[in-house]
Ligand binder design. Structure first.
Ligand SMILES: Cc1cc2nc3c(=O)[nH]c(=O)nc-3n(C[C@H](O)[C@H](O)[C@H](O)COP(=O)(O)OP(=O)(O)OC[C@H]3O[C@@H](n4cnc5c(N)ncnc54)[C@H](O)[C@@H]3O)c2cc1C
Length: 497
């Protein structure tokens, strides 16, 4: 009786033979699985599970469910979370990457209208495979070396989301192993509650093992522009104008709309786009105004439409209120454009700046309050404090491209903005100052009633998650009870554990 109510914690040494041989206790493997891109949170798992089939994942989850004191299971894609969302201290990290060893050529299979991919695959490889057939997924992240399962567990956004929605809006079907160990094929019409649950579901309801992603014919080239503003309301008015084109079913609009905030803060940021020749005048504009807004626009085209693209582009930017002498343009292949962040990542890697703490924060801000946000956060907090920010992203999206039946949450307005604060810290003092500033921003929004939603959130208490989900909380709880009643999956999100 007593031993049932207080069962001993599980040890990997107790696992049945067929699972034990795939549970690694190697110190180096455990150490790699004990942190993430953020380098802020550290938790050592009891073991790392190396599945070579979906059946292995089913067996592991069923085994844990069968124990009097089940262990937690944390699927890990590329480990690119920033605050330990993929970690566990009382369970097993599920190394999704090992699955690809067993795929035998079925890792990425391209059809006319969709691609079937293993959830452990990287988006860069999905792009490479589909382009061979002249096809492409529609919605992207800026960084392409993320796993399909990892981004679909969040949302997957960049400057294409205004038009095609986040990556979760472009999924046709999923294979999921639930927290009970059932392998379920699900879609909008079949087992839809699980389908909507896992999309944006932060790994809470099941392990995504396979995804079917919608494809369209791929363009071959991209006109990539940056237009600079010193006036926030002109900048946002123009961004919103550009994202409204497709709402009116007008295909002559932009295909990619994003934006950056350039400010006089250490270290120098987001300047790799610009040539050596242009940099001095941009720097002096930033020095003069303190803050400069950069609108990023991408217009896709192919060889057939080459003759029209210049004219379409000219029409598109006619009437925009950027500073006329601060328009910068590049022309590159579609593949280079989608992989454009890699140049910056390689640079950071070469300087050893990828292995330092990254207290990033991503927010969704309701459109109606962006002026208050600009004054209260961008100018009064970020600009006035000397806390390092490597890059600040700021761009709008259309809510109607998101599906509210999915688990992701967004502000309750037709248009909302994404803010990304990307930081790297060299010492404890910088890390503390950055985390304090992140907290101050959230507190400012709370105090002034700006109903922001944190993207890629890292709350520490369930109460904060209840607030985050708002009216969706009951649904999230019901989904957890149905698909992972023993609360095994993705404990690092700290929603139910
Ligand atoms: C350099 C960089 C650039 C980024 N750029 C963007 C961007 O442009 N747009 C954007 O939207 N995001 C971006 N992100 C954030 C990124 O989408 C998330 O961190 C995402 O989780 C990364 O995928 P991953 O494979 O590393 O996931 P992991 O960190 O390994 O996992 C994230 C969460 O999902 C769970 N999980 C992982 N795989 C599965 C699965 N198969 N089934 C169920 N649950 C699973 C994990 O348990 C964990 O809770 C960026 C991150 C970095 C570090």
């Amino acid at each position: 009786m007593a031993s049932n109510s207080h069962p001993h914690p599980w040890s990997p040494l107790q696992a049945p033979k067929h699972l034990a041989k795939k549970l690694s206790l190697d110190p180096k493997t455990l150490s790699l699985a004990s942190s993430d891109f953020g380098h802020i949170n550290y938790e050592t798992p009891l073991a790392v599970f190396e599945p070579t089939s979906e059946t292995d994942i089913i067996d592991l989850i069923k085994y844990s469910n069968s124990l009097p004191k089940p262990f937690t299971i944390a699927p890990r894609g590329q480990g690119h979370s920033t605050h330990g969302q993929g970690l566990t201290h009382d369970g097993v990290v599920l190394n999704m990457n090992r699955l690809s060893d067993s795929r035998n050529g079925s890792e990425i299979v391209v059809y006319d209208e969709y691609v079937d991919v293993g959830a452990e695959q990287l988006w860069i490889d999905v792009l490479g495979a589909t382009l061979k057939h002249g096809l492409t997924p529609l919605s992207w992240t800026d960084y392409m070396y993320l796993s399909v399962g990892g981004t679909l567990s969040n949302a997957g956004i960049n400057g294409t989301a205004f038009r095609f929605g986040p990556q979760i809006s472009n999924v046709l079907e999923l294979h999921v192993v639930t927290g009970k160990g059932d392998l379920v094929k699900c879609s909008h019409v079949s087992n839809s509650e699980l389908f909507y649950g896992v999309l944006g579901g932060l790994g809470q309801f099941g392990v995504i093992t396979r995804a079917r992603i919608a494809l369209e014919p791929a363009p071959t080239r991209v006109k990539w522009l940056r237009l600079l503003y010193t006036d926030f309301s002109e900048f946002t008015k123009d961004q919103e104008h550009l994202i409204s084109f497709h709402e009116k079913h007008d295909t002559s609009g932009a295909d990619h709309v994003a934006g950056y905030i350039l400010a006089n803060l250490p270290p120098p940021r987001d300047v790799s786009f610009y040539s050596e020749h242009d940099l001095p005048k941009i720097t002096s504009l930033i020095t003069q105004y303190g803050i400069v807004y950069s609108l990023e626009l991408g217009k896709f085209y192919d060889n057939d439409s080459q003759s029209h693209v210049e004219e379409e582009l000219a029409n598109l930017i006619k009437g925009l209120k950027f500073i006329p002498t601060f328009l910068f343009e590049k022309d590159l292949s579609y593949q280079e454009f989608q992989n454009r962040l890699q140049v910056d990542i390689e640079f950071l890697k070469s300087k050893g700046l990828l292995d330092i703490p990254h207290p990033w924060m991503d927010l969704f801000i309701p459109r109606s309050r962006i002026n208050d946000f600009n004054e209260g956060v961008l100018k009064d907090i970020i600009l006035k404090q000397n806390v390092p920010v490597a890059s600040i992203i700021f761009y709008p999206m259309n809510s109607n491209k998101w599906d509210d039946r999915m688990s992701a949450v967004t502000p309750n307005e037709d248009v909302f903005y994404a803010l990304g604060l990307f930081r790297g810290c060299f010492d404890k003092k910088e890390l503390e100052a950055s985390e304090a500033q992140n907290w101050q921003i959230l507190q400012f929004c709370k105090d002034t009633g700006i109903d922001v939603k944190v993207y890629l959130a890292s709350y520490k208490t369930q109460l904060e998650w209840v607030e985050h989900y708002g009216s969706k909380w009951e649904l999230i709880k019901e989904r957890k009870d149905e698909f992972d009643p023993k609360r095994l999956l993705s404990p690092g999100q700290k929603i139910f554990n």
